[in-house]
Design a protein around this ligand. Structure first.
Ligand SMILES: [Zn+2]
Length: 363
């Protein structure tokens, strides 16, 4: 950051110097009075002085930066402190994770080579599924909706169970493209043909889209929707749904592990230095010796399934702890207390309580 600022200011100084110099030249050409030439020269000198000061700051920052890099990444202290050898199973697990990483990023030939060299089986089912994903994503990048819509139609049940708006978003993209390319009449026909199934779930959004029909053909004025953003939205949405369908997490696990370790590594390195100084040993197996707090995006919560309602908790239906210590979902508490603040018996022990005595639990 500091470096960027300095280089920006250096280039600004260069510009003002060259302006001053060209001004001096113009003064000579017009043979104006000596006094103003002298002033201009003084001004140019001041600029040059400040420029040289800026250069000094820049070089100081560069040397500071390289010292910081050396300090952060010195030696192989981590290796010396690690007492346990990596087992073959762990090595294989790491290789498999790397292979999956290449697959989900579309680097099929790299993952095939890795599979051969590490003598690990390539998950063909996953490879074929991801191949299909990349064909669909490629067609979306080419601004074509057909492949994505075919997939959404084939997986209609899965998407509706997840309450996914993917199919609607795809048609919305089609509507906006039609409006832009062929005008409002064609867009209205498109809407009539494709929005009829979404009347209940997307009525507000459809009303908003209908107002776009007032804009002229090819209009750049369509409010608050950028087509590039819309294509990006459907692409990300499709990738998320597709990954969920084939049982892959939405984010690349290897990338996530790398990011999390970038946060955790400095603390572990500090700890390893202390351990070394005290000549102690790092004895924990498969467990970190200290608790490392990670940003919230790297926190993963357990899922709570209500034993009464047999469903997983949501933001609207959170887990509630009873005074006896047993946990039920909010809906179960409402059901057992018959919707009022009536006393009810915990289904797991005979302790009675009223809903106002229960407390929400965050996992
Ligand atoms: Zn209980």
């Amino acid at each position: 950051m500091e470096f960027d600022k300095t280089s920006e200011s250096v280039s600004a100084q260069f510009q003002s110097t060259s302006k001053a110099l060209s001004y001096i030249c113009s003064l000579f050409e017009e043979s104006s009075d000596i006094q103003s030439i002298e002033n201009s020269v003084k001004c140019a000198m001041r600029t040059i002085e400040s420029l040289s000061a800026q250069c000094k700051t820049t070089s100081l920052n560069i040397s500071k930066f390289s010292k910081q890099v050396e300090k952060k990444f010195k030696g192989d202290e981590m290796d010396q402190t690690a007492t346990s050898e990596i087992t073959n199973d762990q090595k294989d697990a790491l290789m498999t994770a790397i292979m999956h990483h290449y697959l989900r990023n579309g680097k099929f030939s790299v993952s095939e080579t890795l599979s051969k060299e590490a003598a690990l089986p390539l998950p063909n089912e996953m490879k074929n599924a991801l191949n299909e994903l990349f064909i669909i994503v490629h067609s979306l990048k080419m601004k074509k909706l057909d492949e994505a819509l075919k997939w959404a139609n084939r997986n209609e049940k899965f998407l509706s169970e997840r309450k996914s708006p993917l199919k609607f978003e795809l048609y919305k993209t089609g509507f906006l493209m039609t409006q832009k390319a062929f005008g409002s009449k064609k867009a209205l026909e498109y809407a009539r043909a494709n929005f009829k199934d979404f009347g209940a779930s997307q009525i507000k959004e459809i009303q908003k889209l209908m107002s776009f029909l007032l804009y002229p053909m090819g209009s750049q004025l369509i409010p608050s929707i950028s087509m590039d953003e819309q294509w990006e939205t459907v692409e990300n949405m499709l990738m998320n749904e597709f990954c969920s369908k084939i049982g892959l997490p939405n984010t690349d696990p290897l990338l996530l592990a790398l990011e999390a370790s970038a946060v955790a590594l400095p603390k572990l390195q500090k700890l390893s230095t202390i351990v070394k100084e005290k000549k102690a040993e790092w004895t924990q197996q498969n467990e970190l010796p200290i608790e490392i707090e990670l940003p919230i995006k790297y926190s993963f919560h357990s899922v709570f399934a209500c034993p009464v309602m047999k469903q997983t908790s949501t933001d609207e239906n959170p887990p509630m702890i009873l005074p006896c210590g047993h946990i039920l979902s909010k809906e179960a508490v409402t059901k057992l207390s018959k919707g009022n603040n009536n006393r009810f018996k915990c289904p797991y022990c005979p302790v009675e309580c009223v809903p106002s005595q229960t407390q929400q639990v965050d996992f």
